[in-house]
Design a protein around this ligand. Sequence first.
Ligand SMILES: [Zn+2]
Length: 211
Amino acid sequence: MRGYAAVLRAEMVPDSAPERVLHRLGFRTEDVRLIVLSHFHADHVATLCRFPKARVLARRDVFERIRACSPARNLRHGIFTELLPPDLAGRLIDVQARPVVHAGPPLDEGRDLLGDGSLLAIDLPGHADGHFGLCFPKLPTPLLYAVDAQWLLRAAFEQRVPGFPASLVAEKPGQLAHSARLLTAFRDAGGHVMLCHDPDPAPFDLREPSA
Ligand SMILES: [Zn+2]
């Protein structure tokens, strides 16, 4: 974990800890029943153990590949299996078993995660094995949360592939450009795109607590 943190300068901001964020919304981590896991990088699974009652929507094929890999190979791709809850296999719901639905141009198709067409998993390859984003097609302005398909929206829209150190972690750097083109096409079609690590404010950010 220290190696990953050192390379990508990852750190947990206290006010962003899941307990604090949920408390501000009136919930506890035990109240969370469903988590969507877009990929298995350390910074996306580091707090999974704090949600003991949640089912986890994720790619079972990727999870099995990770379990079969050597620690050294996983480490090269930013994956630390010791961060995963020991009972994850039993709580995992396979995204690939969800129905395929038409997602509309430019996304073509996605996996209907909730069964009502409100939340679709969209393949965004390149960043990590099986990496997918989330489309909310029924919002007044459809939203594509593209997670780690790119680091910065500006770079994605300019079709720039991530530089070092993000490129170091990328599973298939050659596919990052394809995913970036999809983000740009979604925006050009009138949709809203968000990324996980872009520091610019986004309309769905929670407001910081007032001092
Ligand atoms: Zn990642």
